[in-house]
Design a protein around this ligand. Structure first.
Ligand code: PLP
Length: 387
């Protein structure tokens, strides 16, 4: 057991040492004057990462899933209709949450591995002349399949239908790793968590509301208490929280946004694209397909790799853990056993990416797959050496 090995899962990610230290701080009285110097820079930092001038950012001691619930419960009422696409396990779970909240979900199902079909959204919204659909849900990066959907196209579909529905975007595995433009894309609620692009431990739900979405709180009747943005807003107004805030996590978020913004968001996205492309070059050298069905869908935060028919991909994940003390992502839901995932978001320099690719090769060779050791590593080396 080394305990120091990097992980290659799409969250929680590897933590930069500076962020680990930022989270690990002595107890601070959250009602003392010092808390505001942690809270407000963290909120402002998130707003900048989201490329928003007008969003109101809320942080809850929770995870990304709590962000989903924040979006729904503050804006909608029982029986409201929402439009959503199911293209992987995360989008499926969000739909399940809507249904359990008593919302009526119009589900556009596509084969896993595909993105959100914006033209289908446009057709459905255009046909909804009574504007019964109150919100459109979009999972920006479907982490289960390594598929990124085009949110600008979803916004264009809503506009083309001249539909007033709110746009809720799950950016849990894209925000901080891939381009995200809250204002330009007209996103009404953007959702993420602390343990993906922000490179922190799990523990924060992050939800940013447009003024239009925040105004819905006045009419929305879904039950809420813990996730009520009015209580949270009232807390922030007096430099506090409606309950005990996880001060260390918020301090970590402050530092994380400082790191991302000082590197420059476009540089952060280019870094992710470059690392991801090296992984994809390795996968191509293994002669294995990605689960994402076409190149414009390839995610820069996670690659889902389809293993040959009849082979149990979970064995790769188990062997990596037991023999090499290294973590890869398993297939989730209906793709369990059919794929394994290499997470490549957050802090992952070339050296670590190459180590992950090398370890995946050892596992696949151990399990009898036709892999030439070093083939994927060499392809990735060539990419990292020259790009
Ligand atoms: C990780 C993830 C979630 C769930 O977040 P939790 O922090 O585990 O609650 C939701 N959506 C996507 C796309 C994710 O990658």
């Amino acid at each position: 057991m080394h305990n120091q090995n990097p992980v290659f899962i799409p969250g929680p990610t590897n933590m930069p040492e500076a962020l680990r230290r930022a989270v690990d701080m002595p107890t601070m009285d959250h009602r003392s004057a010092g808390f505001k110097d942690i809270l407000h820079p963290a909120l402002n930092g998130v707003k900048q990462v989201l490329k928003s001038e007008t969003a109101e950012v809320f942080l809850f001691p929770s995870t990304g899933s709590g962000g989903w619930e924040t979006a729904l419960s503050n804006t909608l009422s029982k029986g409201d209709k929402v439009l959503a696409c199911e293209n992987g396990m995360f989008s499926q779970k969000w739909i399940d949450m809507c249904q359990r909240h008593g919302l009526e979900v119009e589900v556009v199902s596509v084969p896993w591995g595909q993105g959100i079909p914006a033209h289908r959204y446009e057709e459905i919204l255009s046909a909804d002349s009574g504007h019964e659909i109150k919100a459109v849900l979009a999972t920006h990066n479907e982490t289960a399949t390594g598929v990124v959907s085009n949110i600008a196209a979803v916004r264009a579909a809503i506009n083309a239908a001249a539909h007033p529905a709110l746009l809720f975007v799950d950016g849990v595995s894209s925000i901080g790793s891939m381009d995200f433009r809250m204002d330009a894309w007209g996103v009404d609620v953007a959702i993420t968590g602390s343990q993906k692009g922000f490179m922190l431990p799990a523990g924060l739900a992050i939800a940013a509301f447009s003024p239009k979405a925040a105004a819905m709180i006045e009419t929305a009747t879904l039950p809420r208490w813990y996730f009520d943005i009015r209580d949270m807003r009232a807390g922030y107004a007096v430099n506090g929280f409606p309950y005990t805030p996880p001060v260390g996590m918020i301090n970590g978020l402050k530092m994380s946004t400082e790191m991302l913004l000082s590197e420059g968001l476009e540089n952060v996205f280019a870094r992710h694209a470059r690392i991801a492309e090296g992984v994809r070059k390795a996968v191509a050298a293994w002669d294995m397909p990605l689960y994402a069905q076409s190149p414009e869908l390839y995610s820069n935060s996670v690659s889902a790799i389809k293993t040959p028919e009849g082979f149990d991909a979970n064995e790769i994940v188990t062997l990596a853990s037991e023999k090499y003390d290294t973590a890869f992502g398993a297939g989730l839901g209906q793709v369990a056993g059919k794929l394994f995932r290499i997470g490549h978001l957050g802090s992952l320099p070339d050296v670590l990416a190459l180590a992950g690719i090398a370890t995946a090769e050892m596992c696949m060779k151990d399990l009898g797959l036709a892999i030439t050791l070093g083939s994927g590593v060499a392809a990735a080396q060539e990419h990292y050496r020259t790009v």
